[in-house]
Design a binder for this molecule. Structure first.
Ligand code: GUN
Length: 292
């Protein structure tokens, strides 16, 4: 079994990006600038956004964190987005999800200028991705592709089973794994909460990507020998023995599934760090496209 080490790979990518930033600086060019909007005080979201800001410092980007109260109206958020769209100093920005109930997520994602949409969530960018056009690929799927590529995991002609159809991970992943090229050329099955006999499907899979947020869902009995397992789950599970009061737990019963797998991502230290690294990559691309 080989561990797909997202922590190390993400660090390699950040070193590469930092080198690009140094070149920009040496030429007297403006460095990439990422902004993030967060609405409300959700602990996990604040942690994720904090990691994104820290990653910006690490690679030499400028960053701006816009914190808005949980009572923010849709109009106020849309006004802020317009401001960032029009701010030439900002190359790309994200609106951290989920949003409070009074705000329509789709309206918000539609309001982001597609050329600054480094999350790749705008329908224009999502459509381009599905049509193999050059665009921002959502950071988590992009990170998974990068891991598969850097570890040279064979995906052509393989049966890839994606569990979960979220707009952020499952749905785009199912599209990307079936695209032409590497990593891709897979035969893809997208499974979800209405799927019947899921074990029958997962036990035929060469590659399984779990993105459902149910701790330890995928068991050893559900997979065949030499399976490749990508675990996108990051659920906080209460644990009084941990100083934080919780442990981050994946969708995969790692202890037992890893005994059968050829490649597997750990949680933490797998897909999570890759997501952040690829957001940096998209921000670099946004800056470069602006200069093109
Ligand atoms: N919430 C969970 N994942 C993400 C992400 O990749 N981007 C944003 N903006 N919000 C998220």
């Amino acid at each position: 079994m080989q561990l797909l080490d997202g922590k190390k790979t993400a660090e390699d990518i950040k070193v590469e990006i930092a080198a690009e930033v140094q070149k920009m600086k040496a030429k007297g060019e403006k460095v990439p600038h990422l902004a993030a909007i967060i609405v409300g005080n959700d602990g996990a979201s604040l942690t994720y956004v904090g990691s994104k800001v820290k990653a910006c410092e690490r690679v030499g980007f400028e960053s701006t964190l816009v914190k808005m109260p949980s009572t923010t109206s849709e109009t106020e958020l849309l006004r802020k987005i317009k401001e960032l769209n029009e701010d030439d100093n900002i190359d790309g920005f994200i609106v951290q999800l989920p949003l409070p109930d009074q705000i329509d997520e789709q309206k918000v994602l539609m309001a982001i200028d597609p050329s600054k949409d480094v999350d790749g969530f705008h329908p224009e960018n999502f459509g381009k991705m599905a049509l193999d056009m050059s665009t921002f690929i959502p950071a988590t799927p992009f990170g998974i592709l990068e891991l598969l590529e850097r570890y040279n995991v064979d995906t052509a002609g393989k049966h890839t089973v994606v569990i979960g159809r979220s707009h952020i991970v499952g749905r785009p992943m199912s599209i990307l794994m079936g695209r032409k090229g590497f990593p891709g050329n897979s035969t893809v099955t997208l499974t979800h909460s209405h799927t019947k006999n899921i074990t029958q499907i997962t036990s035929q899979a060469d590659i399984i990507i779990t993105a459902l947020g149910v701790p330890n869902y995928l068991k050893a009995e559900m997979v065949k020998d030499d399976v490749v397992v990508i675990d996108v789950g990051i659920t906080r599970v209460a644990d009084e023995n941990n100083p934080k009061g919780y442990v981050i737990t994946g969708d995969v019963d790692f202890e037992n599934v890893s005994k059968k797998a050829s490649f597997i991502t750990p949680v933490p230290g797998g897909v999570g760090p890759m997501t952040i690294a690829m957001l940096m990559k998209n921000t670099l691309l946004a800056r470069e496209q602006k200069m093109a």
